[in-house]
Design a protein around this ligand. Structure first.
Ligand SMILES: [Zn+2]
Length: 313
């Protein structure tokens, strides 16, 4: 059965069996919550269905998830489990970000983190192409130790891309320019979270200052036809996570998700999970949800799926 038929007959098994990508996911929160519960042997408080932005999400994560996973053993369990979840979902290529703070779980720092990531890449080679991405939070831009670890990680050769995240107000893009310049010199793809909660102009400014190849979210661009045209002309892909946007309040509901406007304005969009542990929807489920909500036709979703596979070939 092809993907169009799988969507239009609501056959989740067939949707899962079709190859897909996930190019916006954070390793630390990338397996289902149920897998953590099974591993630790008891249930955990579920995330609220609606949260007030990143602050409330992080408050939930600190209160509920830190104790089971915020250590080397927990992180490594999540990493392996995340790859298994992705493979079962038909994800054949992942650009998964690993936050530089994870290096602090290892006595030898970046070297230990990179060694683990490389075993993960090897273990799942042939089933899914894991392309490690270096993750850096804007909130750590003023931390000299983490900044120096990030430079070391860029030079390690383990990471194929870099992503910047957390609230854009805490750090203007100019501050990150030296690290991003270094990442570019190392041949890495450059990405950043921006426009998750509005702000088309901030999307353009961040792309220009950091010379980004792709934007994580970027849905705020939908408020400006001019900026959407600019993104389209410059072939800047937006890696969108629909359920994340709805649960964190950036978008009121799936039916009105601006991914439709972005697509209609010629922007390349991809469909991704963000944090499976918190948002609970796999890539297959994200496709299915967009179809059921009437955002895209099955043919359009198949075009988006194909385009993402080809763009990352
Ligand atoms: Zn994200």
């Amino acid at each position: 059965m092809d993907f169009v038929e799988a969507l239009s007959t609501d056959n989740l098994t067939a949707i899962r069996a079709t190859p897909k990508t996930d190019v916006h996911c954070h390793a630390f929160f990338s397996t289902r919550l149920e897998n953590i519960e099974r591993w630790i042997g008891h249930s955990l408080t579920k995330p609220p269905p609606k949260m007030n932005g990143l602050e409330e999400m992080m408050a939930y994560a600190d209160a509920v998830l830190a104790s089971p996973i915020k250590h080397r053993e927990g992180f490594e369990f999540v990493g392996v489990s995340a790859m298994n979840d992705a493979i079962q979902d038909g994800v054949v290529m992942l650009e998964m970000s690993f936050d530089i703070r994870l290096a602090e779980f290892y006595p030898d720092g970046v070297a230990g983190l990179c060694a683990f990531i490389e075993t993960l890449v090897e273990r799942f080679r042939g089933q899914a192409d894991l392309r490690p991405e270096l993750g850096f939070s804007r909130g750590n831009a003023d931390d000299p130790k983490l900044t120096s670890l990030a430079y070391e990680a860029v030079e390690s050769g383990t990471f194929q891309s870099i992503d910047l995240y957390s609230r854009q107000e805490v750090c203007p893009p100019e501050v990150m320019k030296p690290l991003f310049t270094k990442a570019r010199e190392a041949g890495m793809k450059l990405k950043a979270h921006v426009g998750e909660f509005g702000g088309a102009e901030e999307v353009r400014r961040t792309v220009e200052v950091l010379d980004l190849d792709e934007v994580q979210h970027g849905i705020g661009a939908a408020e400006s036809v001019e900026i959407m045209r600019w993104l389209s002309e410059n072939q800047i892909q937006l890696n969108v996570c629909p359920t994340s946007n709805v649960m964190l309040g950036g978008v009121s509901d799936l039916a009105s998700h601006p991914i439709r406007i972005l697509f209609d304005n010629g922007i390349s969009v991809t469909i991704n999970t963000d944090d499976l542990m918190i948002f609970g929807q796999s890539v297959s489920e994200e496709y299915r949800n967009l179809y059921r909500a009437g955002v895209f036709s099955a043919e359009e979703l198949d075009d988006i799926r194909h385009a993402s596979l080809e763009a990352h070939d």
